[in-house]
Design a binder for this molecule. Structure first.
Ligand SMILES: Nc1ncnc2c1ncn2[C@@H]1O[C@H](COP(=O)(O)OP(=O)(O)OP(=O)(O)O)[C@@H](O)[C@H]1O
Length: 271
């Protein structure tokens, strides 16, 4: 079943007439993961922000994005805010800036659950701890007492994923969630997303410029370049037999990078 159906989504900067994203089309099926890939500035973030009504007012959005039977393009105020908070959750690039430095992680998780799920403070605290446990975070009772600066970027990102998990949304959108992390934390966070997909029936849109990251998760792919979708379809098929030159380039660079990484690891082993 299609959960989100995007048709001819176009974003134009009304200040200068520049087209930022042109005629984007894709479908997110229930219980699937759509990977949106492409280099920086190709329009990946803009595409999802437009769907969620998070773009600046001078950007004109045309086309359609139907979520569970409801058109999102042109939807205003409270209705969209409710969908955004509860049914579609967005995990940002940098968790460090998403948490308020003045409050503990627990306080912020509890506030979110009280407000969005209508739970009591006590129930919200229990949910905070159990959702951190599901993300295999050790000593969650201690973690919720910490302030953001006392935790690593990877840990904060895992807390973000735990919040999204607890909200049980229909869709989680993760916008380059590993970009701000070092490679060890990146690997861990990707593993959390794999676990999240196994634990829940939540559908996922995972944005990344790194095909290697997406490869572990995506069931479907959308490849973007200069605001245009150059290729889309089942991930396995695209990885096996890409039809677009740019997709081929992305896959080749990825293979090259992986090979040089393996070679450098071998060298270190010899030394
Ligand atoms: N507020 C804005 N007004 C006008 N143009 C914008 C605005 N924000 C971004 N853009 C432009 O839109 C284009 C697409 O940006 P977008 O952030 O979607 O790219 P991206 O593929 O997500 O890149 P990244 O991986 O760096 O996040 C860029 O050329 C950018 O300069």
């Amino acid at each position: 079943m299609n959960l989100l159906e995007v048709k001819d989504l176009t974003i134009t900067d009304s200040k200068n007439g520049e087209i930022i994203v042109e005629n984007n089309n894709f479908i997110l099926k229930k219980n699937s993961c759509l990977g949106i890939v492409g280099e920086s500035g190709s329009g990946k973030s803009m595409t999802v922000k437009a769907i969620l009504g998070l773009t600046n007012p001078w950007l004109k959005i045309t086309g359609s994005a139907v979520f569970d039977g409801q058109e999102l393009v042109g939807l205003k105020g409270n209705t969209l805010r409710k969908i955004r908070g509860r049914r579609i959750c967005m995990i940002p690039q940098d968790a460090m800036t998403s948490f308020d430095p003045l409050y503990t992680i627990g306080y912020q998780m509890i506030e979110t659950f009280v407000e969005n799920l209508g739970l009591s403070k006590e129930q919200s605290k229990e949910l905070a701890i159990s959702s951190l446990e599901k993300m295999l975070i050790r000593e969650p009772e201690q973690v919720i007492l910490k302030y953001p600066h006392q935790l690593s970027g990877g840990m904060l990102q895992r807390c973000m994923i735990a919040i999204a998990l607890a909200m049980e949304p229909d869709i989680i959108i993760a916008d380059e969630p590993t970009t701000a992390l070092d490679s060890i934390n990146q690997k861990e966070v990707v593993e959390e997303f794999v676990r999240l997909r196994e634990l829940t029936k939540t559908s996922l849109i995972f944005i990344s410029h790194d095909l290697g990251v997406v490869q572990h998760l995506a069931t479907d792919l959308l490849v973007m370049k200069d605001g245009i979708c150059v290729e889309s379809g089942p991930a396995e098929k695209i990885f096996r037999n890409p039809s677009d030159e740019y997709t081929k380039y992305l896959i080749d660079t990825r293979i090259h990078l992986t090979e040089s990484f393996i070679q450098s690891m071998k060298k270190e082993e010899v030394m």
